[in-house]
Design a protein around this ligand. Structure first.
Ligand SMILES: Nc1ncnc2c1ncn2[C@@H]1O[C@H](COP(=O)(O)OP(=O)(O)O)[C@@H](O)[C@H]1O
Ligand SMILES: [Mg+2]
Length: 305
């Protein structure tokens, strides 16, 4: 049996924060998180700001060492990867796309440079073959070559920049992509088309995706499965549509109630809205100890209730 492309085994990460008086505080950003992602599939990680989604994503790429637990890539603990070549290979195979489409682009270089560089460096391409590959990747990312290749990042729109980031990930030859809220800084009008592009690339390229979003309602566009994070833990996990249709954990229900049309419905009824506000406050204030036992609420759908 082939191992999952990504597996986290009881992964925990505690950050120590020093204050200006020299005191220390620790934040348990990730607590005993276990998950599996099979090749060619997508898992959405949803939760509010501060719930630990980015920490999970960065941990999955090996950007920092865990406090405890393991990250396995194709069955191998990434902490045991030794040697420059093997590390480079892993760094290429696992790529991140960030919320801020500017962050991974070098303002001093054109789009062409961003795409040619990894193709030369990692794939040994040059001349006509290089030009053809760049053109192919640009088309895959749905960028207009005549209006983007010789432009600098600041000359492009946010959506175009994020498409360049996607193209760059393809040029590097990523196998697993961690996309950390890739549409949240984009214009509302183009979010949908960006999600559709990511979904299409996943299918066409057989990419595996960890798709981080605070928007539980649209996670199913991309991801077959959804995991809900609350306070550094996963509290619910299952097929995306099942999690939305039949949320089992109180926190998942709160997240779903924050979806625009759900709250619109509540607005008309002030008693219901007040009761809802109380419930939200209760769930957000829940102590870690109140998070229940893992239970399979329906086939393949788990919740800590
Ligand atoms: N590098 C860091 N140093 C200290 N604390 C951090 C660091 N990164 C994240 N945290 C803390 O960990 C918690 C989870 O953060 P994060 O993973 O960014 O959540 P999310 O992406 O869901 O908003 C937060 O309390 C945050 O302040
Ligand atoms: Mg984040």
């Amino acid at each position: 049996m082939t191992p999952p492309i990504l597996e986290l085994v009881a992964a925990s990460k505690t950050f120590r924060i020093r204050n200006i008086f020299g005191g220390e505080k620790s934040v348990a950003a990730l607590q005993q998180v276990s998950l599996k992602l099979d090749e060619g599939r997508a898992l959405a990680i949803v939760g509010e700001s501060g719930s630990g989604k980015s920490t999970l994503g960065r941990a999955a790429t090996g950007l920092f060492p865990l406090s405890s637990g393991q990250v396995l890539f194709r069955g191998r603990d990434i902490a045991t990867i030794r040697g420059r070549k093997a590390r480079l290979k892993h760094r290429r195979a696992v790529q991140m796309i960030f919320q801020d489409p500017f962050s991974a682009l070098n303002p001093a270089h054109t789009v062409r440079h961003h795409l040619e560089r990894p193709l030369r460096l990692h794939h040994g391409l040059s001349g006509v073959a290089l030009g053809e590959r760049v053109a192919g990747i640009v088309a895959e990312a749905e960028l207009d070559p005549n209006h983007t290749l010789d432009k600098y990042p600041h000359e492009l729109s946010g959506g175009q920049r994020q498409r360049v980031n996607l193209a760059r990930v393809l040029a590097v030859g990523a196998e697993l992509v961690v996309a950390d809220e890739p549409t949240s800084m984009l214009d509302v009008s183009i979010r949908r088309s960006m999600l559709e592009l990511i979904a299409r690339l996943k299918t066409q390229r057989g990419l595996s995706l960890l798709y981080i979003t605070h928007d539980i309602a649209t996670a199913h566009y991309i991801a077959e499965e959804t995991a809900v994070m609350f306070g550094g833990r996963i509290v619910e996990w299952g097929p995306s549509r099942e999690v939305i249709a039949r949320p089992a954990h109180p926190y998942t229900k709160v997240l779903l109630s924050a979806v625009p049309n759900a709250s619109e419905r509540l607005d008309g009824d002030s008693a219901a809205a007040a009761a809802f506000a109380v419930e939200v406050a209760r769930v957000r204030g829940m102590a870690k100890e109140e998070i229940g036992q893992w239970t399979e609420v329906s086939p393949g759908h788990y919740a800590a209730v």
